[in-house]
Design a protein around this ligand. Structure first.
Ligand SMILES: *Cc1c(COP(=O)(O)O)cnc(C)c1O
Length: 452
């Protein structure tokens, strides 16, 4: 690796997010220059099938002409504006109407951010603002689950239920993490899935009673946990927790940053798992990854309460300079149209069974303990012993080795704990899906032969 190489320059001047640095120093960074459909190309001319849609978000691939044109057209028309002081761009107005129209709500209001983290952060502030305005300033605690991923700002990292946040001295006080509803990993010996779900619900209710419902501002959940390892809820989980939240007057917020806009086979993950949240957090594929944007979509009840509180306090003192950016909104309008009306969401519905079947075939490998997922989001979890679900020694870095071997074969996939995640773009063809299966299978066999 020459001193003047792209890899060396990436290493010298930039910081990476969530990156195992020794492994990058050893292997060199991948510096990406452009893409074609679901493929990206690096500075060495190598081509990779990106089975992770970038970071879950590039669902229309890396060169979609309609999205590029929507951006170019809006840049030519009006390249930037804010949404403060009673002003906002026409594109912002159009996008809010569209988001409420495609949401599960019959009415609602939308607030824009630049990221999913900020959208969760904003939602927490909305809840604090609301409860305070309603005379309950002590109603501030936030409930999430272990393994949840809600982002990286100080508040959204506190909501994230991962041990790595302890390096920041997080979570902040008042952010409580319930158990992760992952039956395969967390079920007790002899416990049925129904009993497991009942135990999760009982834990929620016991926590509410112990803490006091009047101290809890809200409950946040991803319909399917994404960055926690693609963990669908145990059977009946949301049907069990939703009535408890309602009973104690605790708003239920669905973090649909990954699930939203088709990833689970419906527009929203809350539709796939058949529950009605009080608000939705959206980001990632809201713009098909072509612009940084997040959105808080409030359902009718929260929208009315926030409106009343804002009028009483005279303003809602929150907003980002680029909230509701017209170019982002124009791209999001186009992205929603492309996903919902140009066959992308249909592809997920049509090809999800093929994706599942192909992965199930690969998962027959005795070192795969669980294949889990839904729609176009899946994980294969590696185990040293399938019967006892014993993981490999963490020093073996099995999932990193699998992902690195895949990269060498021209397939990008992501290690998460002892799992490998596949969440392909919605434009993937059947031939490209087969390419993904072949390369993944080859990498798994190679790595398990080395470590097992
Ligand atoms: C990625 C993600 C976030 C954070 O979004 P950023 O844009 O990275 O800040 C929040 N929630 C979920 C479920 C996510 O997957």
């Amino acid at each position: 690796m020459g001193n003047n190489s792209w890899e060396a320059r990436a290493d010298e001047y930039s910081l990476y997010g969530f990156t195992d640095l020794p492994s990058v120093h050893e292997r060199g960074a991948v510096v990406v220059t452009h893409g074609e459909g679901p493929y990206v190309f690096d500075t060495k001319g190598r081509k990779y099938l990106d089975s992770n849609s970038g970071l879950w978000n590039m669902v229309a691939g890396f060169d979609h002409p309609g999205l590029i044109k929507a951006a170019q057209d809006q840049y030519a028309r009006f390249p930037g504006y804010h949404a403060f002081f009673g002003r906002m761009s026409d594109q912002t107005v159009l996008l809010s109407e569209k988001l409420v129209e495609v949401s599960p709500f019959d009415r609602g209001r939308v607030f824009y951010t630049n990221s999913g983290s900020e959208a969760n952060d904003t939602m927490v502030k909305i809840l604090w603002f609301l409860h305070q305005a309603e005379g309950k300033p002590q109603k501030r605690k936030i409930l999430t689950r272990q393994n949840a991923y809600h982002g990286v700002t100080a508040v959204s990292a506190s909501m994230t239920g991962k041990p790595y946040n302890s390096v920041f001295g997080l979570p902040l006080p008042g952010f409580l993490h319930l158990s992760c509803p992952h039956y395969w990993r967390n079920g007790k010996p002899g416990e049925t899935e129904e009993q497991f779900t009942a135990r999760m619900a009982a834990e929620l209710e016991a926590t509410i009673i112990k803490e006091g419902a009047d101290t809890i501002a809200g409950f946040f959940a991803e319909p399917v946990m994404g960055a926690g390892g693609v963990i669908p809820p145990s059977k009946g989980y949301f049907q069990a927790v939703a009535p408890i939240l309602k009973k104690y007057g605790i708003p239920f917020i669905a973090d649909e940053v990954i699930c939203g806009f088709g990833r689970t086979g419906n527009t929203w993950g809350s539709q796939t798992y058949d529950f009605m949240p009080d608000a939705i957090i959206s980001s990632k594929n809201i713009t098909a990854g072509f612009f940084p944007m997040g959105a808080v979509i409030l359902g009718p009840e929260l929208a009315d309460r926030v409106q009343a509180a804002s009028e009483a306090i005279e303003e809602f003192p929150h907003g980002f300079t680029a909230s509701g950016h017209p170019v982002g909104c124009a791209i999001a309008l186009k992205a929603i149209d492309v996903v919902m009306n140009e066959g992308l969401a249909d592809n997920v519905v049509r090809l999800a069974p093929r994706l599942e079947a192909g992965l199930a075939e690969i998962a027959k490998n005795p070192n795969i303990g669980e294949l889990r997922g839904v729609g176009y989001m899946w994980a294969l979890e590696a185990v040293a012993d399938r019967a006892t679900k014993t993981p490999f020694a963490s020093t073996l870095s099995v999932s990193e080795r699998i992902a690195n071997t895949c990269t060498d074969l021209g397939l990008i996939c992501r290690p998460l704990g002892q799992s490998v995640v596949l969440c392909p773009p919605f434009i993937l063809t059947e031939g490209q899906m087969d390419e993904m299966f072949e390369k993944l299978d080859k990498a798994l066999k190679k790595v398990f032969a080395e470590v097992a």
